[in-house]
Design a protein around this ligand. Structure first.
Ligand code: CP
Ligand code: NVA
Length: 306
């Protein structure tokens, strides 16, 4: 059966654990190598990933492209605006066409139903590179970064501060699968959807005060207040203003707590320079880990692990 990675639950706890172990091993095996050199075993030699973008991207685009190169394969970038998708060709038809050229498809889009449709009609693995509903590719890198910081996932307390968005939805899903707890501080009107909270299977609590979320937290996470495709609304910015992660808030987490942000950041809005550039911030290793995490997602999709 074709393996799709539309959300973390597609891989389940065992698949996620296998991917994280694989990412750690492969990362360690190529320390000091030039980035474009293929891994010794080149496990995806001859394979091509088609990458469809209906939204902007820096990290997802480059990390998946480099992931394919390091695994011995290659990728093709398809910006929706310059393809027939942008002129109304259906997702279903695009899925069937790309399946004839590519060995896997990664898509970044708005409506989550579109990647489900892509998976339904594609005969090759489909990977979620972000939708309005979730961002599992990012959260695999976040889990890797947390483990590398010396914090085991089971029993961990993760504080989310800010908008109840797509990145939080995947964190909540990860919490249920990997046995950690999330306390999310979100303002009225910008809390996670019920369906996302349900995926947390009791592992997530939503609170009104940012200080309540970060108290005793091992990891503090935020994201931009305005996601791609959303209006830059003054009302939303005003509602989120008390949810900025600044040095005073960070000081209420555990002394060895780490700070994560998927990037791009809006410094001075959801986070201060002092925190994002401070000693507890792991944002650069987190961004770099996108590459290592994406390699393992690709290998999982091809049935090579998990
Ligand atoms: N974090 C993330 O997905 O970054 P890009 O939007 O640059 O891909
Ligand atoms: N929540 C953000 C994440 C960007 C990587 C967005 O959807 O725009």
């Amino acid at each position: 059966m074709t393996r799709h990675f539309l959300d973390l639950s597609d891989a389940g706890p065992d698949g996620i654990a296998a991917m994280l172990a694989d990412a750690l091993d492969r990362k360690a095996a190529r320390i000091g190598w030039p980035k474009g050199k293929a891994d010794r075993d080149a496990p995806l030699a001859g394979h091509v990933l088609g990458m469809v973008f209906e939204k902007n991207s820096t990290r997802t685009r480059v990390s998946y492209d480099m992931a394919m190169r390091q695994l011995g394969g290659s990728s093709i970038v398809l910006d929706a605006g310059t393809t027939q998708l942008g002129r109304g060709e259906s997702i279903a038809d695009t899925a069937r066409v790309l399946s004839g050229y590519c060995d896997a498809i990664m898509i970044r889009t708005d409506d989550h139903a579109k990647i489900e449709e892509m998976a339904r009609y594609a005969s090759v693995p489909v990977i979620n590179g972000l939708t309005d509903a979730s961002h599992p590719s990012q959260i695999m890198a976040d889990l890797l970064t947390i483990i590398e910081s010396g914090k085991p996932l089971p029993g961990l307390k993760l504080a989310w501060v800010g908008d109840g968005n797509n990145v939080l939805a995947s964190i909540v899903e990860a919490a249920a699968l990997m046995q950690f707890d999330v306390v999310a501080a979100c303002p009225q009107g910008f809390m996670p959807a019920e369906i996302d909270l349900a995926r947390g299977q009791g592992r997530v609590r939503v609170v009104a005060q940012a200080s309540e979320a970060v108290a005793g937290a091992d990891v503090v996470v935020t994201d931009s207040w305005i996601s791609m495709g959303q209006e830059h609304a003054e009302t939303k910015l005003a509602a989120l203003a008390p949810y900025q992660v600044d040095e005073a808030l960070m000081a209420q987490a555990k002394p060895d707590a780490v700070f994560l942000h998927c990037l791009p950041a809006h410094r001075g809005e959801e986070v201060t320079d002092g925190v994002i550039d401070g000693p507890q911030s792991l944002i650069w290793p987190e961004a770099a880990n996108r590459l290592h995490a994406q390699k393992s997602i690709l290998r999982w999709c091809f049935g090579q692990i998990g």
